[in-house]
Design a binder for this molecule. Structure first.
Ligand SMILES: Cc1cc2nc3c(=O)[nH]c(=O)nc-3n(C[C@H](O)[C@H](O)[C@H](O)COP(=O)(O)O)c2cc1C
Length: 366
């Protein structure tokens, strides 16, 4: 029997023992040399906290108000596709865990479980956090509208539009492992849809620029989605302050600073370094969330200190899922929240509002 998980990283080691090379390549891997995958983690680690002493923190809590509702804590499960690669229960298990731990859950468009089924699990728990659905822009607007309506009817409280992956990254690790989805694992929301096929291109032309990218999304798609739903729309994958300002002009309700966990553009800057630029650009007009490399409660704390309102957890949720199903993911969420509370106490912060840039060590501070 393996030792119990004490830290989020323990789940990574346990998951590696359980998953075959193909599933591991898909779930853990990233683009190119995976420099951004590593840099995301390293950038949070490199930030240093500056503890405070003797401040009253009794009665403190991790609660917040975000997009018109109360949250028990600021830790959400990021949209992660194909969770049945990690565990036969797939998204059902993560939904159970999220609802038990009052965490927000963002269901991937490419999930192996339908939004209606996940919603039933989440909404059975009265204290559950919100369920959001992630979408990719769809060239077929009729189909896209159906997806939006399904998410709304299932009781999703927001839509997350991922815009950082108009093309797949060069995922070397997946290609080396010759990754293919095994039988029985499929993106159920896309069942029966034709695969994205690039139009044929002439000799000497680019299959990417003259082919696939003809159907690539633009800001018109953001306008379309914002008009097609009453739900708040958050844009995921914003990494440049100019794009953040543009997003505000298009009426989004929130931004998620994300480089897709280093799975699209290798050597993209780590999100911890980009977050302050986006927060500054947005000037508090909409909430800014962040993901990428968050592995500890101290990382959650640092993200809030840099101005994020909440964070999303990607790979650690599938590691915990692979290692111990719903129990594993619930335990992971509890660990992260406990670590956040400890960091708050040791930095003299009773509430999330108390977590500011002052909590980060700044050698130039007098
Ligand atoms: C296996 C895997 C599948 C993912 N699938 C999606 C997806 O379907 N949609 C999406 O917007 N992001 C997807 N992401 C990106 C995550 O939502 C998130 O941005 C990223 O994992 C955060 O980085 P982290 O893994 O270091 O926590 C996926 C990430 C992983 C690892």
């Amino acid at each position: 029997m393996s030792a119990p998980a004490i830290s989020p990283a323990d789940y990574e080691a346990l998951a590696r023992q359980r998953l075959d090379d193909q599933a591991w390549a898909y779930l853990a891997g990233g683009a190119g040399d995976e420099l951004t995958v590593q840099a995301n983690v390293g950038a949070w680690q490199a930030l240093r906290l500056q503890p405070r002493v003797l401040r009253p923190t009794a009665g403190g809590h991790t609660g917040l108000r975000l997009l018109g509702r109360d949250w028990a804590h600021p830790i959400l499960l990021a949209p992660v596709a194909h969770q049945r690669l990690a565990h036969p229960d797939g998204e059902l298990a993560t939904a159970l865990a999220a609802s038990a731990q009052q965490a927000g859950m963002v269901l991937s468009l490419q999930s192996n479980t339908a939004v209606e089924v996940v919603a039933q699990v989440v909404h059975a728990e009265p204290q559950a956090g919100p369920l959001w659905m992630q979408l990719y822009p769809q060239p077929d607007r009729g189909f896209w509208r159906e997806l939006v309506q399904r998410a709304q009817a299932a009781g999703c409280e927001a839509l997350v539009l991922t815009v950082d992956a108009p093309v797949s990254g060069a995922r070397d690790r997946e290609r080396r492992a010759q990754f293919r989805l095994p039988p029985g694992v499929s993106a159920v929301h896309l069942a029966g849809r034709p695969p994205a096929v690039a139009p044929p291109v002439g000799p000497g032309r680019s299959a990417l620029f003259d082919g696939l990218l003809h159907a690539a999304p633009t800001w018109d798609d953001v306008d379309w989605l914002c008009a097609a739903t009453e739900l708040p729309v958050l844009l995921k994958g914003v990494m440049h302050p100019a794009d953040a300002r543009e997003a505000l002009r298009h009426g989004v309700a929130g931004l998620i600073v994300s480089n897709h966990g280093g799975r699209t553009l290798d050597t993209a800057a780590p999100t911890a370094l980009v977050l302050p630029q986006i927060v500054q650009a947005v000037e508090d007009r909409v909430p800014v969330l962040v993901d990428g490399g968050i592995r500890r409660g101290t990382d959650v704390f640092k993200a809030l200190a840099l101005g994020a309102r909440a964070v999303l957890i990607g790979r650690p949720q599938v590691w915990a899922l692979a290692a111990a199903g719903a129990h594993g993911v619930a335990h992971l969420l509890r660990l992260l929240r406990d670590e956040l509370e400890i960091a708050m106490a040791l930095c003299g912060c009773a509430t999330l509002q108390d977590i500011t840039a002052e909590c980060l060590f700044d050698p130039s501070r007098p």
